[in-house]
Write a protein that binds this ligand. Sequence first.
Ligand SMILES: Cc1cc2nc3c(=O)[nH]c(=O)nc-3n(C[C@H](O)[C@H](O)[C@H](O)COP(=O)(O)OP(=O)(O)OC[C@H]3O[C@@H](n4cnc5c(N)ncnc54)[C@H](O)[C@@H]3O)c2cc1C
Ligand SMILES: *[C@@H]1O[C@H](CO)[C@@H](O)[C@H](O)[C@H]1NC(C)=O
Ligand SMILES: *[C@@H]1O[C@H](CO)[C@@H](O)[C@H](O)[C@H]1NC(C)=O
Ligand SMILES: *[C@@H]1O[C@H](CO)[C@@H](O)[C@H](O)[C@H]1NC(C)=O
Length: 560
Amino acid sequence: MFRLSRHQARQLASPLLRAPQRASCRAQSSTAEAIKAKPQPKSIWTSGRVFLLLAGTGLLAYGYGISNAPAWSHHLPGTKFVWSQSTKPHYASKADMEKAIEELRSALGDEAISTDDSDLEIHGRSDWSSINIDELPVAVAYPKSTEEVSQIAKVCHKYKVPMIPCSGRTSLEANYSAPYGGISIDFRDMNKLIALHEDDMDVVVQPALGWMDLNHQIKDSGLFFPVDPAPTAQIGGMVGTSCSGTNAVRYGTMKDWVINLTVVLADGRVIKTRRRPRKTAAGYNLTNLFIGSEGTLGIVTEITLKLAVIPQETSVAVVTFPTIRDAAAAASKVLRAGIPVGAMEIMDEVQMQVINRAGGTSRRWKEVPTMFFKFSGTKAGVHENINLVKAIAKKHKGGSFEFAVTPKEQDELWSARKRSLWSMLQIRTDDGSEVWSTDVAVPISRLPDIIEVSKKEMDDLGLFASILGHIGDGNFHESIMYNSKNPRERAAIEKCVKDMVDRALEMEGTCTGEHGIGLGKKDSLMKELGVETIDVMKSIKKALDPHWLMNPGKIMDFPE
Ligand SMILES: Cc1cc2nc3c(=O)[nH]c(=O)nc-3n(C[C@H](O)[C@H](O)[C@H](O)COP(=O)(O)OP(=O)(O)OC[C@H]3O[C@@H](n4cnc5c(N)ncnc54)[C@H](O)[C@@H]3O)c2cc1C
Ligand SMILES: *[C@@H]1O[C@H](CO)[C@@H](O)[C@H](O)[C@H]1NC(C)=O
Ligand SMILES: *[C@@H]1O[C@H](CO)[C@@H](O)[C@H](O)[C@H]1NC(C)=O
Ligand SMILES: *[C@@H]1O[C@H](CO)[C@@H](O)[C@H](O)[C@H]1NC(C)=O
């Protein structure tokens, strides 16, 4: 019988699974309700596998060279950069930090600057991030306008205080954490839709507007914003990580949907990246520069987004396959046939088991590799596309299609996909157990190869790991359960993840398809692009942020 231990109960009540509270870059409660997970006291623990963590870790860990230093402080041989925390610019002393906080309080009001322990804690770490570090910000600022953000930046610039912007706090790479302390800038009070231009099909928003809330607010216009990462992600953070989501195979990623940005620079200057028209050939593309910069180049305070037309008809279906390879082959055929699927996602047998065990959806799933399809378009188009995909799936040993008939059923089916990471977090058991979620992308034709090898490595180690992927983009994630209190286990996982990234790079892939670099993938980025390319990035960083105040320690380390 399944019982909630006190620890599990606490996990279920963790910010991730609860309606986000005050300091937690909350979503509107409608969204929060939608994602709130319910404990399912009736579910049964079907597998003991999760308890069998790592018999062989010792060996592996030996080979890897265990160190208590976090991965991001490892030295990378053969490069001229020192990957360590000791090389850092000169930041404010404690006394100056206090002066800065005082000055901000008198400029913005007491309630705009918090030094509450719980606030700091919330802004320094996250439950689902693969890296958590112990340094916390010294204060959290809650600006209400671009003007206030500019004031914050001016004070921070004067005293040399690091600034870490944070929006929905769902990023998976410690990207809003504060390894050098400083002030976390939380956009809680900048969550408005400023203007909807239906005829131009664009919308101007503030950074803390959630993408789901945005869609809720504009639903009567017949338009929607198609980029769909974590349900509680917000536009500012989505610009920060250049995210994508399940709709990317049809609609592209964040980069394709941003028209212009208002950005506060490290010294408090405010710029707009461009004007309104859809096309421009006017100068460097600064909009693009800030997208995916993870808050290291400037603070985004206003965003203009393109919108898409809500399709006349949508349909959701799932189909099972005997192996991931069969599924991937089918996916590739679907793409080559030019069938405009709305989304095409894969989950392996372990992930399907996780969803069953977490019990967040009302149906019980077959525990085999499963593909999730979304179809959208005109009625006739959807019908035609479904038949085409059915035929392809059948040729690749696909089982029967299960369709959602009502919108409620569509949500239900799709929710199994959208909840996958949460399901994994929900079934964590022993104290200290954590989930490491990785993200790599390869050319689509290599996807089955990398998934097969990576799964085998995890299986050989007895690790409990599941795969899910945006199969149409060659992008997949592995979620690995591990005990964070066991340094050997942690080192083994780090090695597996590094191996997987190296494999992706060998296949001409990338170390991150959508989650970003943050703290944990800096050395992978160096491997992926090379010293010269990173040098150019550093030059840009230096030009915009000479004192390394903007989200320091992310994407790249300080120059020697
Ligand atoms: C369950 C789950 C599912 C997910 N699915 C996907 C997916 O399918 N696809 C995908 O791409 N990602 C996915 N993610 C990752 C995450 O949702 C995205 O990275 C998202 O873009 C982060 O948005 P956020 O508002 O939470 O940003 P945050 O975590 O708050 O911040 C992200 C980064 O942007 C910076 N930043 C935040 N606000 C600003 C600002 N105003 N100006 C400048 N920089 C800023 C931060 O410093 C940080 O570096 C998922 C995460 C979870 C937990
Ligand atoms: C981004 O932040 C998360 C959560 O703090 C962290 O686990 C993850 O490792 C970070 N990403 C990288 C690449 O450092
Ligand atoms: C950016 O686009 C929005 C919406 O089209 C527009 O209102 C705004 O004026 C634009 N910014 C500039 C600097 O033109
Ligand atoms: C500039 O970059 C933005 C964001 O990536 C992109 O949407 C836009 O198409 C680019 N503009 C041009 C003219 O290339």
